[in-house]
Each structure stands twice: as structure tokens, then as C-alpha cells.
Design a binder for this molecule. Structure first.
Ligand code: FAD
Length: 672
């Protein structure tokens, strides 16, 4: 049978998709993986270390970039203080079978994610650790710093697992196993305390001399003159090379943390009815791409910085006068990672690729003092960098960002900070994750996001979030609102390509409804925690078109917010879903500010304890989404109390049952 043109184009597209899948798009995307990843092509760690004359190795396993940042900070200091030739590497990029033959010490920076999990890129490392037996790593020396959060049940679990596995295999830890707690807001101080102690141990173990720490670049930054570059090849915020290639098909995946999809934004609306608070509903259109998702997945949105934050930053660092300067970056050796695509401009670096408005670390002040405009500013930077309490009271407590700290120290006078220093010391701007609030059954070609806008009045300023204020600006702009955004962004994006679009990628999650629709589900999602449950309910709403909804297992959704008039998310939609799903769906609301005593979701859960217990006895699955700090714990406690009372057992026994539920995936959390 002959193939017609359509058949051929389908086959070509299929072949292209298969190649893209197996090459991760590298054949034609030529994506920023190539620009930003270790240049070495070997997965043999010993070969790479030796061929680059490295005498110290720092490995990181990072989900959102924080562990990677700390790994780089640590390496930089080892280099400048002790003149070590340090290599920093992603655990994803190497094999581990010859670790025991590595003659140099290794420092690990490992974050914990989800239910005590390793970050995605470090999963092969975890698997390797599980295969180790006693004696496998008898020669191996390491230090370890875990990044975790005590508001989660499995605090620093990935680092703990690493430590135990290395110890059992006979490896020797140098110094203490360090743990940083993001939940308590002490991550930076935990790191600094651990690092000081580890440096002392390394000094004596490796017989190191200590030098005055001076910034030593790992990258060669060249300032280009007109004529040295082709304007069309300058990155103006594009995430990777394929975005500069007019022939590249940007709608064909795979899409991931190295290559996002530039997704059209089809709809935006304000969800709150409030003068002071805002939440955005936003829909990305997937009709022109092969990007797909499942209900319960996360979408990563790639933000940029606002005009206000950018101009203050450029002004205070002294870079405003050179913001149009084109620069290129080259690694000084083949193991160094280039943090963003180059060549680019100074303005682009800080608009698109660097995190300029978050909290400041104490350590950076010590390094910045050399660029102070006055001796007073120099001395102040030095004092704050050395005095933990003064830094906590005078900087951290006021939530100053870098530009604000510089301004505070110099009384508003601009500094002359080295571009090289800023490029290597400031974290990369990371995509922010959102629980998808649409249904992959009902909304096959769109992804919905439900985001609460971060803008809190604090002292005399608004403390703002980067991404959510960008979403709000897009919403106000799309809907031609006369309301002023808190922050203004360049919504056109690089070369005008981002008009009504944003770069995104999808991260698969394990947060899934049971495939058997007769199993009851209990969902707890206050605030924007309701996002994935809107997707789940829409799944059932779609299924009800062809199935008898009364045959579905009961779906109970506990939702909470401040009031029924101000911030009741998707109020009208629930009515619609109820009509179609009948008695198989029920929304139970808790409005905390509508009664003398505050009512939260856990109180409503307790009020319905008989029914909840009966559903659990029928095998109900439990889902919790939203605030990890308090809500998820309070809800967990309440479930334990319901089980204890229902079964006539102790609370500890009930907690054990919940633990089993977790291992069976019958108790799932999507909390942040
Ligand atoms: P950021 O810029 O990241 O700022 C974070 C916070 O720091 C803000 O409160 C900000 O005001 C504050 N801040 C800013 N500058 C400073 C400073 N100098 N000092 C101290 N504090 C400062 N959110 C949702 O709304 N909906 C969801 O469905 C959702 N799902 C999520 C799912 C997952 C798996 C995860 C991990 C997170 C999810 N989040 C969700 C949270 C979301 O990813 C973002 O963290 C959130 O929207 C804030 O992003 P932002 O860029 O606006 O704020």
C-alpha cells in the first residue's frame, strides 16, 4: 500500500519525536545543557579528575538548584582559601563504580525532596549506594552536608541515607555530617557553622595552608566590542540555543529543565475578590506542541526579574553604566559549568538568569567588602559578615535583598562590584513549580495554574515574589486592567518572543488518583492546595460523561480559605461539578475568618470523623496538598486521631497505620 504525503509527514514527525526522546533533543536543540553542563564527556569520575588535575571533588544532588549553589560556594572557598584545584559535579553526570579508587576527598551536598526522596538527578547515585556492601568504600573519604526542611516528616532523609550507606560500605567521614534546615530559616547559618568546622578538619587532614580568601574566577569573562559578535547570536534571555535558531521547531519536545516549551498563555484571570490580595488563574495552551501531562503533575514556570528590582540592582552594583555591554563566558577548565547561555549582555544576565531579589547570605557580604565605595561601607560589610547576630537583626530580619543591603551599607552610594564576582556568586534564577490545576482528561491541550501572588506589606516595603508578580502583571495586561501591578516586567521578552507566552516544562509527579474509580478519596486542599484537586475532580467530571457517576467511590474535598466572599477559589465551578457528579462528590468548606473561633480544614475533618473513618475502612485514599509547615501536620494528626478513635487503638498505633498507608501510596502529599 502506498503512503500518501500525510502518512509520510506523520512518520517523519514520529521518527523525530523518537529521536528527540532518546537524544533529549540534543541533536537539533543544541540546548543550554551544552552551555551549562560540565564540559567533560566522560562518565568516569577518576579519568575526569585526573585529566583536569583536580585535587578535590564536590558532588551535588539538587532538585531546585539550592544544593548546587551551596556546592559551588563551598568549592569557591576551598579554592580561594586553600588553593585547592576543586571540581564541582552533578551526581547525574558520573558513574560510581570506581569511587573507592578515588584518591581525593569528596564533599557531597544533597537535598531531600518529597517523601524523603533523593532529587531526581541523584536517583542513580541512590541506586548505586543501595548496591554497596561492607568494605566497598574502605579507602573513600567524604564530607556531607544535607539540605532539608524540618516541616517535612522526612527531614534530610536523602543525606541520612547517603551517610548510612557510605558508613556501612566502610567510608570515612571527615568532620561532622552537616544538616541545614530551610524550614527553620537557618539553612545559611547551619551551612556556615558546618563549613567552618569542616575546613578545620580538612586543613589538618590535607595539611593545607590558609590564604587570605580572594575571589578567583573559574570562568573567563570577555567584554566584546561591536564587530566581535553577531547580533543575532547574542542571548537576550532565551533559555537555550535552539531559541536563537530560526529553523528549530520549538514546539517539539522533549521539554525539561534544560529546554522549556515557550507556551502561549490563552487565559488569565484574578481569582480573589480583595483589595490587598491576589491569586491568578492562568491557562497555557498546548494545542501546538507535543508537551503532555497527567493530572497531579507539576509545571515549572521560568520567570524573569522585574524592571524595578533589576534597575535597583544595576544601580547599586555600579553596573547600570555598562548594562548593554556584550560579554562572553568561557570555562577556565573543562570541568567548569557555565551558569547561563553566552554571549549575552550584562542587563540580560540579571534580568533573566540570576536570582537578584531573594534574601542575602552573610558570606557574600564578607566577599563584597572589597568593592565598597567608602571605608565605612567596607567596615560595615565586614562587621555584618562576621557577626552572626548583627547580621540576623540588621539584615535578615528586615528581609533586605542584595541591592537594599548595599544601599544600607553605603547610605545609597553605588558600589563598583566586579561583574565576574557577581556572575559567579549570585544564584541562578530557578523555575518555580506549580501543582497543575487542570485535568489531563478534560483539558488535554491546556495546563492550568492557580497561584497566589506573593506581596506582603513588611515594615515600609512590599516583599514580593518574582514569578507570581510576573503572572499578575501578565493577567492585568491581558485583561487590560487599570490596576497597577506591584512590579512591572518586560512582558515582550527577548526579541519580543514572549508576548503572551512563558517558558515552561512539566515535571512528572506520583500524586495520582487510584485508577479504580470505585475507591473513595479524601482530599484536603486549603488555599492554592486545592489546585491538583480541581484537576482530580475535573477528571471525574469528564468520566461522568460516559459513566454513571453514582458508581464512583465517594470524593470528599476539604477546602479552606479566609472567607466565602474574598478568597473562595473556583466557587462557581464546584457547583457545576456537584451537579454532574451527584452524591459521589462533596465539597466541605472551612472559612477561618467567618466565626469567632478560627475554623480550619482539620476541624472540618474532625467534625466529619464518622464518615471519614467509614471511608477509610472502605479503603479510601488520602491526598493532602498545600502548606507543609502547619496544615499538613495538623491534618496528619487529625487522621491519626480519627483512626485511633474509630478503631479503638492508641494514637501511636494509628500513626503506624498512616505510615503503612504512605508506603502503599494510600496517603499522598503534595506540600510545599
Ligand atoms: P519567590 O521570588 O520565590 O519568593 C519566595 C518568598 O520569599 C515570597 O514569599 C517572597 O515574598 C519572599 N521574599 C522575596 N524576597 C525576599 C527577601 N529579600 N527576604 C526574605 N523573603 C523574601 N504555589 C502556588 O501558588 N500554587 C501552587 O499550585 C503551587 N504548587 C507548588 C508545587 C510544588 C511542588 C512546589 C515546590 C511549590 C508550589 N508552589 C505553589 C509554590 C511556588 O512554587 C512558589 O514558591 C511561589 O509561587 C512563590 O514564587 P515567587 O517566585 O513568586 O516567589
Amino acid at each position: 500500500m502506498a503512503l500518501d504525503t500525510l502518512d509520510y509527514s506523520v512518520l517523519v514527525a514520529l521518527a523525530a519525536a523518537v529521536i528527540a526522546y532518546y537524544t533529549k533533543g540534543s541533536l537539533w536543540a543544541n540546548g543550554d545543557k551544552q552551555d551549562t553542563t560540565v564540559q567533560s564527556t566522560s562518565r568516569d569520575i577518576i579519568e575526569t579528575v585526573q585529566s583536569n588535575n583536580k585535587n578535590y571533588l564536590v558532588f551535588y544532588g539538587s532538585q531546585t538548584g539550592t544544593a548546587e549553589d551551596y556546592a559551588h560556594k563551598f568549592a569557591k572557598e576551598l579554592k580561594s582559601k586553600f588553593k585547592l584545584n576543586v571540581m564541582v559535579a552533578d551526581l547525574e553526570d558520573y558513574d560510581f563504580d570506581n569511587l573507592n579508587d578515588l584518591s581525593i576527598p569528596v564533599s557531597f551536598f544533597i537535598s531531600t525532596y518529597g517523601e524523603g526522596d533523593y532529587p531526581d538527578p541523584a536517583v542513580p547515585f541512590e541506586e548505586h549506594l543501595q548496591s554497596l556492601v561492607e568494605g566497598d568504600l574502605e579507602q573513600f573519604k567524604y564530607t556531607l552536608f544535607g539540605l532539608g526542611n524540618t516541616t517535612y516528616e522526612f527531614y534530610n532523609a536523602a543525606a541520612e541515607k547517603t551517610h548510612n550507606a557510605l558508613k556501612q560500605a566502610g567510608a570515612t567521614i571527615l568532620g561532622e555530617f552537616g544538616k541545614g534546615d530551610d524550614g527553620a530559616g537557618t539553612l545559611d547559618e547551619d551551612y556556615l557553622a558546618w563549613k567552618e568546622a569542616v575546613f578545620e578538619v580538612l586543613k589538618s587532614y590535607l595539611h593545607l595552608d590558609e590564604f587570605d580568601a580572594e575571589f578567583e574566577p573559574s570562568l573567563e569573562l570577555t567584554r566584546l566590542s561591536q564587530g566581535d559578535y553577531d547580533q543575532e547570536k547574542i542571548f537576550l534571555g532565551e533559555p537555550d540555543k535552539s531559541y536563537l535558531d530560526p529553523t528549530a521547531n520549538l514546539s517539539l519536545g522533549p521539554f525539561d529543565h534544560a529546554h522549556p516549551y515557550l507556551a502561549p498563555i490563552s487565559t488569565t484571570k484574578e481569582l480573589f475578590n480583595s483589595k490587598d490580595r491576589s491569586a491568578i488563574h492562568l491557562e497555557f495552551d498546548l494545542s501546538q506542541t507535543n508537551l503532555r501531562y497527567s493530572s497531579g503533575d507539576h509545571i515549572a514556570i521560568w520567570p524573569s526579574n522585574s524592571e524595578e528590582k533589576l534597575s535597583h540592582f544595576l544601580q547599586m552594583t555600579g553596573l547600570a553604566t555598562v548594562q548593554d555591554q556584550v560579554i562572553s563566558l568561557k570555562p577556565l577548565d573543562s570541568t567548569v559549568v557555565i551558569p547561563f547561555p553566552s554571549p549575552t549582555t550584562v542587563e540580560t544576565i540579571f534580568r533573566h538568569y540570576k536570582e537578584i531579589s531573594g534574601p542575602v547570605s552573610r558570606q557574600i557580604l564578607g566577599n563584597l567588602k572589597q568593592f565598597a565605595p567608602t571605608s565605612k561601607a567596607h567596615d560595615e560589610a565586614e562587621r555584618l559578615s562576621k557577626d552572626k547576630n548583627a547580621f540576623a537583626n540588621e539584615v535578615h530580619a528586615h528581609k533586605y535583598n542584595l541591592a537594599e543591603v548595599l544601599s544600607l551599607l553605603s547610605e545609597g552610594q553605588p558600589w563598583s562590584v566586579s561583574l565576574e564576582f557577581l556572575v559567579e556568586s549570585i544564584s541562578t534564577l530557578q523555575p518555580r513549580y506549580y501543582s497543575i490545576s487542570s485535568s489531563s482528561l478534560l483539558d488535554k491541550t491546556s495546563i492550568h495554574v492557580t497561584a497566589v501572588v506573593e506581596a506582603d506589606q513588611f515594615e515600609d516595603r512590599l516583599i514580593t515574589g518574582v514569578t507570581t508578580n510576573l503572572l499578575r502583571h501578565i493577567q492585568l495586561n491581558q485583561n487590560k486592567s487599570t490596576t497597577e501591578p506591584h512590579l512591572h516586567y518586560n512582558l515582550d521578552g527577548p526579541r519580543g518572543k514572549y508576548v503572551n507566552k512563558l517558558p515552561v516544562h512539566v515535571r512528572r509527579s506520583t500524586f495520582r488518583l487510584p485508577s479504580n474509580t470505585s475507591i473513595p478519596v479524601i482530599m484536603i486542599g486549603p488555599g492554592t492546595g486545592v489546585a491538583p484537586f480541581r484537576g482530580f475532580v475535573r477528571d471525574r467530571y469528564k468520566l461522568a460523561e460516559s459513566k454513571d457517576a453514582e458508581q464512583f467511590g465517594k470524593m470528599l474535598l476539604f477546602y479552606g480559605s479566609r472567607s466565602s466572599t474574598e478568597d473562595f477559589l473556583y466557587e462557581d465551578e464546584w457547583v457545576e461539578y456537584s451537579k454532574s457528579l451527584g452524591s459521589s462528590f462533596e465539597l466541605i468548606t472551612a472559612f477561618s475568618r467567618e466565626s469567632a473561633k478560627k475554623v480550619y480544614v482539620q476541624h472540618r475533618l474532625w467534625e466529619r470523623k464518622e464518615e471519614v473513618f467509614a471511608l477509610l475502612e472502605k479503603g479510601a485514599f488520602i491526598y493532602i496538598c498545600g502548606d507543609a509547615a502547619r496544615m499538613a501536620r495538623d491534618v496528619h494528626e487529625t487522621f491519626a486521631e480519627i483512626l485511633a478513635e474509630g478503631k479503638g487503638i492508641s494514637k501511636d498505633q494509628a500513626l503506624d497505620i498512616l505510615k503503612q498507608f504512605k508506603t502503599l501510596n494510600k496517603y499522598q502529599e503534595d506540600v510545599w
